[in-house]
Design a protein around this ligand. Structure first.
Ligand code: ADP
Ligand code: NA
Length: 327
């Protein structure tokens, strides 16, 4: 029996956080052997916001190296930068002609982003969900691991796929969302009502996967809690809850187990053990990352080889699509 196919990607912007790790990467590692998988670094999505070219190039390579460092095998999965596979852009153009302005205008992420980047509301920011649809449909992905913030975009992907299939006959697999089981939402350490994000400007708000152990310990120590003094796990104590979640993600303990340990204690021990557990989780990843980064030729070869394989796979779909629309 054919394994199902999954596609997922992360933008190479900012420092990849433990939120990205516990919410996405770690889950990919858990499921990658079960599926035929593509893990893309979506650098073409990144330029919807102005980037410094040299930084974008470095962030793209670093994120690919991180994919490998966390445990995704580039011989068994397709791991590549989006911009090296031209079929993404080609399919995106075609699909944009089957997507309505009204649909794109309803996307809440566009509304948010366009209010944040008022000086640069470009057409790419608006058509971003079409490129995302192309990313997924190009490979006939069955499943797309996403966070809840991408639900609306995946819904649009499904609508576009069904619309195209309706006009031209079966062409695209209509993908489904895959919500991972590891995935606690990790919150900002400085404002635990917001999610931790790699685009947060306050460096103490997030922990990068590549932060030094000392930096990790310090950021956890300075994490905002509350004026109460003992640990309990509830929405009324978002800062403390977040620290318990981080502890659980890093150790694999359940919330019940963790609360058996911390309930009623002061915050000091929770912070200490959460920090230590995180450091223990990150250290081997960082060691592998340093190994991979040392060998520029290795990463070049991986990118080239994986991009070629992805391109050949995507070309099968693109060829069909072009024929159907009359090219
Ligand atoms: P960011 O907000 O850090 O830029 P993205 O929107 O690029 O993150 O998301 C990349 C992936 O990481 C997505 O799968 C998303 O669901 C996941 N992710 C991002 N932030 C978090 C978080 N704080 N907790 C859990 N998962 C997250
Ligand atoms: Na796989």
């Amino acid at each position: 029996e054919q394994r199902k196919r999954i596609f997922s990607g992360i933008q190479p912007t900012g420092n990849i956080t433990i939120g990205n790790y516990f919410g996405a990467l770690k889950n990919w590692v858990k499921i990658n052997e079960e599926y035929e998988s593509l893990f893309c670094v979506v650098d073409m999505h990144s330029i919807t916001v102005r980037q410094v070219p040299g930084e974008l190039r470095k962030n793209t390579r670093d994120l690919l190296a991180l994919y490998i460092a966390v445990g995704l095998d580039p011989e068994k999965n397709l791991i590549y930068p989006q911009s090296m596979v031209r079929q993404h852009a080609e399919l995106a153009w075609i699909l944009s002609c089957y997507t309505y302005m009204g649909e794109l205008g309803r996307m809440t992420q566009f509304k948010e982003k366009s209010s944040k980047h008022e000086e640069n509301i470009n057409a790419g920011l608006f058509t971003y969900p079409v490129l995302m649809a192309a990313d997924i449909l190009l490979f006939q992905a069955d499943l797309v691991p996403i966070g809840s913030d991408q639900k609306q975009h995946l819904e649009l992907t499904r609508d576009v796929a069904q619309r195209f299939n309706g006009i031209y006959g079966d062409t695209f697999t209509v993908p489904e969302a895959y919500f991972g089981s590891v995935g606690a939402r990790i919150k900002s350490l400085q404002d635990p009502l917001k999610k931790m994000s790699k685009s947060d400007e306050n460096p103490n708000a997030s922990i990068s996967l590549l932060d030094d152990p000392k930096v990790v310990m310090n950021k956890i120590k300075r994490a905002v809690t509350d004026s109460d003094s003992s640990v309990s796990y509830s929405e009324e104590k978002p800062g403390v809850k977040n620290l318990v979640d981080i502890y659980c993600c890093a150790t694999g303990e359940t919330v019940e187990q963790a609360m058996g340990r911390f309930e009623g204690q002061g915050y000091g021990n929770l912070k200490k053990l959460a920090g230590e557990a995180l450091v223990a989780e990150l250290e081997p990843i960082q060691a592998r990352f340093r190994e991979i980064s040392k060998d520029k030729a290795y990463l070049d070869r991986i990118m080239q080889d994986n991009a070629e394989r992805a391109s050949a796979l995507g070309e099968r779909t693109l060829k069909k699509v072009k024929k159907k629309v009359g090219f």
